[in-house]
Design a protein. Structure first.
Length: 157
């Protein structure tokens, strides 16, 4: 993953007008359905992206549909929300997050982002999500290594 950070230019997930009325459950579900549709890939887009995806290997190969997984990640990126908020239709949120992280570690996301160039709004959101994950992971690794160094330098009592 390159060191460049892309600021998200995501579509607005909800049309926040000045009304103070709380949306009903039906309105919220309709909004969520519309957002899920924004993250759907056309057959042509999926074909283009699937060409750059890694092959399946070992036990990891058993987990789910690649298109469904990618659409779940795009949903999280577009909505800038928690992995736990993934709609059930996209599958298990923990499995989606673990696969997302594995692809980040394996360097798959830059190829997917390149293949997604024709959807700039999703491309920018996905870039922001991947960059945020990589930066957080780097910080965690740095803090962990610093704890190890500090433990060796603490004075004996």
């Amino acid at each position: 993953m390159s060191g460049t950070t892309i600021s998200p230019a995501c579509l607005s997930a909800s049309s926040n007008d000045a009304s103070s009325d709380s949306p009903t459950a039906k309105e919220l579900e309709a909004r969520a359905a519309g957002l899920r549709n924004l993250c759907r890939l056309s057959d042509l887009q999926w074909e283009r992206i699937s060409e750059v995806l890694p092959g399946r290997v070992g036990k990891r190969a058993r987990s789910g549909n690649g298109r469904e997984f990618l659409e779940a990640v795009l949903w999280v990126a577009e909505n800038q929300t928690s992995w736990l908020d993934i709609p059930k239709e996209f599958g298990d949120s923990h499995a989606v997050y673990i696969r997302f992280a594995r692809w980040a570690h394996d360097g798959v996301w830059p190829r997917v982002i390149e293949a997604l160039q024709e959807r700039p709004e999703l491309n920018a959101c996905l870039c922001a999500l991947v960059n945020a994950y990589v930066e957080a992971r780097t910080l965690r690794q740095l803090r962990s290594s610093m704890k190890g160094l500090n433990a060796g330098l603490s004075p004996a009592r």
